[in-house]
Design a protein around this ligand. Sequence first.
Ligand code: GDP
Ligand code: MG
Length: 168
Amino acid sequence: SPEVKLAVFGKAGVGKSALVVRFLTRRFIWEYDPTLESTYRHQANIDDEVVTMEILDTAGQEDIQQKEGHMRWGDGFIVVYDITDRGSFEEVAPLRTLLEEVKKPKNVPLVLVGNKSDLDHVRQVPTEEGERLAAEMACAFYECSACADEGGAVAEAFHELCREVRRR
Ligand code: GDP
Ligand code: MG
C-alpha cells in the first residue's frame, strides 16, 4: 500500500503532539514533553485505499539545519498555529517560505491548522485571517481542537493532507 511521510510543524506549545495523539488514539493528553520528537506509523482507509502514514511530530525548537532535514524527509506537512497566540500565527509564513525553498521546484502539499478552537474566549487570530492565509498558500484550512475535537476535524486534516500528497 502507498506510504506517505507527514511532518507536523509549528511553534512550541501550539499543540502538535496533542493533535497527533488525538488523531492516533482519539484521546487528549494534557501534558506532553515539549522537547520530545517522535515518529508514528498509522494505517487508515482513505477513499477506499489503505494508506500507511509515517508521522513526524517535531518539537518546534529545532535549528534551521534540523528543520530543513525534516522538510526534506517529508512528503506533506501540517503547519499548526494556536488561535490564542498571534506569535504562532506569524511563524506560519516563514515556515512556508522555508518549505518552498527546500522542496523547490516541487509543489509542497500542505494543510494549515488553527488549533485550540475550544479557547475562543481568548482568541487572538480571527478565523478569517486563517482562511486568508490558507488562500494565499493555496492549501486547505482547519480550525480544530485537540482536546474537544468536534466532528473529527483533526482526522479530516490528516486525511486531506494524504489526499493532497497522493494527488501530486
Ligand atoms: P507542542 O509543543 O506543539 O507539541 O504542544 P503540546 O501538544 O505539547 O501542547 C501544548 C499545551 O497546549 C499543553 O498544555 C496542551 O495540553 C495544550 N493544548 C494542546 N492542544 C490544545 C487544545 O486544542 N485546546 C487546549 N485548550 N489546550 C491544548
Ligand atoms: Mg510536542
